[in-house]
Design a protein around this ligand. Structure first.
Ligand SMILES: Nc1ncnc2c1ncn2[C@@H]1O[C@H](COP(=O)(O)OP(=O)(O)OP(=O)(O)O)[C@@H](O)[C@H]1O
Ligand SMILES: [Mg+2]
Length: 474
């Protein structure tokens, strides 16, 4: 972060500096985990459900923290005391972002694909200059300012994910880090239980473009009517992306290779060049177009954009992570989260991968768990996805957990489907069911909401004992 004295931090946050060392300078990082303290850090004492950061204030300073941001003066350590540390963190981040001499803030929102697109944009921008982006989905009212506070004088690009569970959330995050380029990917049904309707989701996501300055750019999905109409809600210039023929940045000649990786021509006002993605699933094309449009807005030349998109890899874990076993079984671990749109996208990719190539078609299994937070639409949405899965011609659908049972009901409604339906209670039973059934060359998709933690199925099938936390996800 930009170096600031504790006294200055007190002034910015409206707090009071305690201890004799108000002149001490914080150089960063700003952290909420005392184990992440480095010399010069600011330790933010957050009261969590399980623990209270104030209990770790002394340890943080002993490890080299320059001071503590706290709600009560910790004994004997330099501190800035404020009424509400989370609010103060937001205020501090806003001030630091405002002082960045050379940084463009690029914001991404949408119902699905924020993290994936943020990771793509960050990979593109990192070629152009020092880039700061959150790890994983570290994007709530704490993660967002903490990420922004990682920026310093050298930062050229700050790429952030703006997520909402209600009206006003994104507006708040834009106050913390005001974007100049704002990308809206889609308006789906994720968290619709909390929002009430898709119109409310659209209202919330549009707060990102409302916050853009007149000199900024709103990058809108031309293929999503609820996103397209957001053009009326921003003073910024509009750039569109998508498959629509009138989109500013679009994809043509699109196809998937036998592993389900998109190939397409990227069409821009500056010209057309081919992209061969390493990511899986046609839904990643939209994310790539959005990333291309954002990069183009910063002045990145087309050939560099297509080269970077073709080299980009999955950064945050469990988003269409494809693993191969020695027996030729392919495991698609998309278990980070699930909502109706992302499950359809993943099933499309699975169906495509099952088509196979020279060796002929492969058997496809889907292991699906609940899609959480769908409110009153839940049963119907699960039934529809069950039907969709059955129409994909799966060899088997393994449904994990009671809450996901309507998936099975939906699948059974598809009379033409000859695959097998299995309901299991937990991850262990899902793995056992697959172990009984899988044969060489089969393809398995594993997907469910975060609560289901279905990555454990994928890991068991791959015998993958790697760290099972998403990288940096809160
Ligand atoms: N454009 C898209 N359309 C539909 N599904 C997508 C899209 N992009 C990514 N996905 C899928 O959606 C899931 C979540 O992806 P990602 O983490 O990028 O989204 P997110 O918007 O950040 O989600 P969250 O709100 O949970 O942070 C993954 O399974 C991913 O494969
Ligand atoms: Mg995310």
């Amino acid at each position: 972060m930009i170096p600031l004295s504790l006294a200055k931090i007190a002034e910015i946050t409206g707090g009071t500096a305690h201890g004799a060392d108000a002149g001490r300078t914080v150089t960063g990082p700003v952290v909420i985990d005392s184990r992440a303290v480095r010399p010069g850090a600011l330790f933010v004492a957050v009261r969590g459900e399980r623990s209270d950061g104030h209990d770790f204030a002394a340890a943080a300073v002993a490890s080299g923290a320059a001071g503590v941001l706290a709600e009560r003066p910790p004994d004997g350590v330099p501190a800035v005391v404020v009424d509400d540390v989370v609010k103060a963190l937001g205020v501090l981040a806003r001030e630091v972002v405002a002082r960045l001499p050379d940084a463009t803030v690029i914001g991404v929102t949408g119902s699905s694909g924020k993290t994936s697109t943020k990771d793509l944009i960050a990979q593109l921008m990192a070629r152009r200059g020092p880039t700061v982006a959150p790890v994983g989905s570290f994007n709530n009212e704490i993660g967002h300012p903490l990420t922004a506070l990682r920026a310093d004088e050298d930062t050229r690009y700050l790429v952030l994910e703006y997520s909402a569970r209600g009206i006003g959330h994104i507006a708040y995050l834009t106050e913390v880090a005001p974007p100049r380029i704002g990308v809206v990917l889609n308006v789906g049904t994720a968290h619709i239980g909390e929002f009430g309707s898709q119109e409310m989701v659209a209202r919330a996501k549009g707060e990102l473009v409302e916050a853009l300055p007149p000199g900024g750019t709103a990058i809108l999905n031309a293929d999503d009517p609820l996103v397209r109409t957001m053009a009326a809600r921003t003073p910024a210039r509009i750039v569109t992306f998508g498959r629509a023929p009138d989109a500013t940045v679009r994809a043509t000649e699109e196809w998937l290779d036998e592993a389900g990786r998109p190939r397409f021509s990227l069409v821009t006002p500056e010209g057309t060049l081919p992209v061969s993605m390493r990511l899986h699933g046609s839904h990643t094309v939209g994310n790539a177009l959005a990333a291309a449009a954002a990069a183009r807005e910063t002045g990145m030349p087309l050939h560099e954009i297509t080269e970077a998109l073709s080299e980009a890899t999955t950064v945050s874990r469990w988003r269409m992570e494809v693993g191969e076993r020695d027996d030729g079984v392919t495991i698609v671990n998309d278990a980070y989260n699930a909502n109706p749109e992302s499950v359809r996208a993943a099933l499309d990719a699975l169906r495509h991968m099952a088509r196979g190539s020279g060796a002929g078609p492969r058997r496809a299994y889907a292991v699906l768990a609940e899609m959480a937070e769908l409110g009153s639409a839940s049963v119907t949405e699960h039934e529809k996805i069950g039907q969709y899965a059955a129409r994909c011609g799966l060899a088997g659908l393994i449904v994990v957990g009671r809450n996901a049972a309507p998936l099975l009901e939906g699948a059974k409604q598809v009379g033409s489907w000859t695959g097998e339906c299995v309901q299991v209670d937990d991850v262990g039973a899902a793995v056992a069911a697959l172990n009984e059934r899988l044969r060489p060359q089969d393809v398995v998709l594993v997907k469910g909401s975060r609560v289901a933690r279905l990555e454990r199925v994928a890991q068991a099938l791959l015998d993958d004992s790697r760290d099972d936390r998403p990288r940096g996800d809160a």
